[in-house]
Design a protein around this ligand. Structure first.
Ligand code: HEC
Length: 156
């Protein structure tokens, strides 16, 4: 009798702990995830700007190669920055991540894959040093915005 009550209590404790540890993301974790996600996206835009400067003749090829290499590494990590339960507004209240990131997850992953292909092409072009090729590949890199248009909402 007693031991089964203990077992029951233990079971409940494990359940509660379980939902804390691995279920929905806690509020404070959510803020952290969103802050890190913004940093991550900013890192991507910084690399993008270096390549753009190169296209415009304001940066050297080695800097552009490093930036394109960084993008090739960063883009496949996009998905990791969107754990379930982290939809909603950014701290500045200007943007929000839409719930479609999770309800249409296939589309989200496809958008990431598309950018991965585009930055790989850009990386190859930058490394070739062929400016005309770089210009084409840079213009083609439109999937960052394609994903933003679908999965990111402007609030203000
Ligand atoms: C698969 C979808 C997806 C792709 C691909 C993607 N992003 Fe984002 N990005 C988002 C979402 C969703 C947000 C809003 C998230 C947030 O701010 O919490 C965002 C936010 C941003 C922000 C704003 C960050 C801030 O401080 O508010 C920048 C800058 C950005 N992305 C740059 C890029 C660049 C550059 C690329 C391409 C190399 C890219 N993103 C590719 C989904 C994507």
């Amino acid at each position: 009798m007693r031991s089964s009550a203990i077992t029951l209590a233990l079971g409940a404790a494990v359940l509660v702990l379980g939902s804390f540890c691995c279920g929905a993301v806690l509020a404070q974790d959510k803020d952290k995830v969103i802050a890190e996600r913004q940093d991550f996206m900013k890192q991507q835009i910084r690399q993008w700007i270096i390549v753009r400067n190169y296209v415009q003749g304001n940066a050297e090829q080695p800097a552009a190669v490093a930036a394109a290499d960084a993008l090739v590494k960063l883009v496949p990590m996009i998905e990791k920055h969107f754990p379930p339960g982290t939809a909603g507004p950014t701290p500045d209240g200007k943007w929000a991540t839409k719930p479609e990131v999770w309800s249409e997850h296939d589309k989200f992953v496809a958008a990431e894959k598309k950018v991965a292909e585009q930055v790989a092409a850009l990386d190859a072009a930058v490394k070739s040093g062929d400016k005309a090729k770089v210009e084409v590949a840079f213009k083609d890199l439109d999937a960052c915005n394609a994903c933003h248009n679908t999965f990111r909402a402007k609030l203000q």
